[in-house]
Design a protein. Structure first.
Length: 135
């Protein structure tokens, strides 16, 4: 375990994935409450708003995958993290519903950039370091 923490690729990708997972966990946990309190939505409307997170992520993953094939993975992960960093805060403070939906789409699209760059690099690290690095 400690040998894996000496590998900068594993630490960098692990940190990126932990930040992304923490961001999504916070959004998923607070989204229903936020939409109910701010916009008076019921559970069906909240489920429809979740599509504003899911559909752009799926659609933009295709473009991000092509970018991951073209550009350096670490630069793409860093750019994705930088442009994604402010979107959770923007979600909290976006007042009109249309602005909230636009920021939600931006949030999920920028998350796709990070993930599309990180996934092939994780596979490459496992190939370089051996199967014990997979854990």
């Amino acid at each position: 375990f400690w040998a894996l923490l000496k590998c900068p690729e594993i630490v960098g990708i692990g940190t990126l994935m932990a930040l992304s997972a923490a961001s999504f966990a916070a959004i998923e946990t607070m989204l229903a409450y936020h939409l109910e309190q701010r916009y008076g939505m019921d559970s069906m409307a909240v489920s429809l708003v979740m599509l504003a997170f899911i559909i752009p992520s799926v659609m933009f993953s295709l473009i991000a995958g092509v970018w991951a094939d073209i550009f350096d993975h670490y630069i793409l992960m860093l750019v994705g993290l930088c442009i994604h960093a402010l979107s959770p805060l923007a979600l909290a403070f976006s007042s009109p519903l249309l602005l909230f939906l636009a920021v939600a789409a931006y949030y999920s699209a920028t998350s796709a950039i990070m993930t599309a760059a990180a996934m092939p690099e994780m596979g490459a690290v496992v190939d370089r370091l051996g199967s014990l690095s997979y854990a």
